[in-house]
Design a protein around this ligand. Structure first.
Ligand code: COA
Length: 190
């Protein structure tokens, strides 16, 4: 039985993360989606919010009857220690590019040095999702763009709220209002 961990910051979780989660079910029997809590890394959403955004994302993209055991947990400190505590032998990481690979190969090496029983499995991200990242989603949202193709519906709403859009129920009005406010603010600062 393979128990695996898919970890990340998930600030916020995206369709790119979901792609990796779904595909990892092909070879693992139990999956822990682990939210890294790192006080030195500034995140837009706090620990509880990231857990709830992940639950929303899993709920939207995974039919409950069609996936093996999946749980969401948070961890602090070394991932290798957390994996040991949880009895997991595999870490899953998505690779989008050569630069991801360079970083990930080092991380995998460190984790295997810390625990020689711990293997890292790399999954190449589906090509259409290779450009997706949590920062990109936040940047698009900040500029009033449509983030719905990149995140779950509920997550898009939460991000929109965070950026202070007015909940008028009218997307065009929301954007218009946001930009006017933003423009006014910029003019004021200048
Ligand atoms: N699709 C889309 N985006 C993806 C992706 C995928 N398949 N895989 C990664 N990303 C993006 C994320 O959205 C994130 O984007 P951002 O930089 O714009 O926010 C970025 O890639 C980083 O991904 P993430 O997986 O969250 O990695 P991270 O570098 O923030 O690392 C931990 C988080 C928890 C894995 C890492 O900090 C860790 O292992 N911490 C524990 C300490 C430890 O054991 N360190 C190792 C020994 S030194």
């Amino acid at each position: 039985m393979i128990k695996a961990i898919y970890c990340g910051t998930f600030d916020p979780p995206t369709t790119g993360h979901m792609d990796i989660i779904k595909r990892s079910f092909k070879f693992c029997d139990e999956l822990i989606v682990a939210v890294g809590v790192n006080s030195s890394k500034k995140s837009m959403f706090n620990e509880q919010e990231r857990v709830s955004l992940l639950a929303m994302t899993l709920g939207e993209f995974l039919p409950a009857d069609k996936h093996p055991k999946v749980s969401i947990k948070t961890f602090e400190g070394l991932l290798a220690n957390f994996a040991k505590e949880q009895g997991a032998s595999v870490l899953i990481r998505g690779i989008r590019s050569v630069s991801d690979f360079e970083y990930e190969i080092n991380l995998a090496g460190i984790n295997r040095t810390l625990d020689k029983e711990l293997e890292t499995v790399f999954l190449p991200t589906s090509s259409e999702l290779a450009v997706v990242s949590s920062s990109m989603v936040k940047e698009i949202a900040k500029c009033g763009g449509d983030i719905k193709p990149f995140v779950a519906k509920g997550v898009a709403e939460e991000i929109t709220k965070k950026f202070g859009f007015l909940k008028t129920g009218d997307e065009d009005k929301e954007k218009h209002h946001y930009f006017n406010r933003h423009k006014r603010h910029r003019n004021h600062v200048i």
